[in-house]
Design a protein around this ligand. Sequence first.
Ligand code: FES
Length: 244
Amino acid sequence: MSGHFSAENIGHGTPGHVPHDGASEQPSHFAFDEDSEAQIATALAKYPEGKQASAVMPMLFIAQKQMGRHTGSAWIPKVAMDIIAARLGMAPIRVYEVATFYLMFNRKPVGRYHLQVCTTTPCWLRGSADVVAAVKQAAGVRNWEEMSADGLFTMTEVECLGACVNAPILQVNDDYYEDLDGPRTVALIEALRRGDVPPPGSTIDRFGSEPIGGRTTLLDVPAREPAVAGHDDHGAPDPHGPEA
Ligand code: FES
């Protein structure tokens, strides 16, 4: 199937029913919508005249987000990269180079929920293998990069997500779910399947990255006094305040 994606017709796809094969599902047309154009204006304004090519990464993210809004699958078709190249005055190959370098840019359709499982050493030591097994079972996928038959889930293996202290981590679209095990991963995916998106963060109600079981040090730190105008938090005159 060759799709035709534009601001007018791109929104009529059925969420969850997205193409499974990037190579054969490349749309022939893409146009940024009103929301995206507003974001593009903000992105371009950050760079001096003549340096707009620096906005290539924000532009790729804007295109990916728009595809997610309109089709339920956040990815970047080649035609969108070509449009970005034209808008930024770049050779298309330079946009392709950026899009192919970073794992965060999806160059083929992904499920409505992109499940990115960290399997690097700290997560592996903390049970990422159980998370992978649970994702396969609950989402209905067998291999990496595979999309479930209902188009809801794609499972991708990723390297360290920078949240090792709350390992193991599963990233769902833009959010991290932390301190997972097999059963909690299954419960998370079943909730997503129902359309319920649980609050991201620790799945064992750990506060931030505090030790499991709560703080063990700095227990007698006095509560901070409310700041007084013209003084810093410790009561000292604020050199930048009105009394300086
Ligand atoms: S190893 Fe998984 S977040 Fe760092």
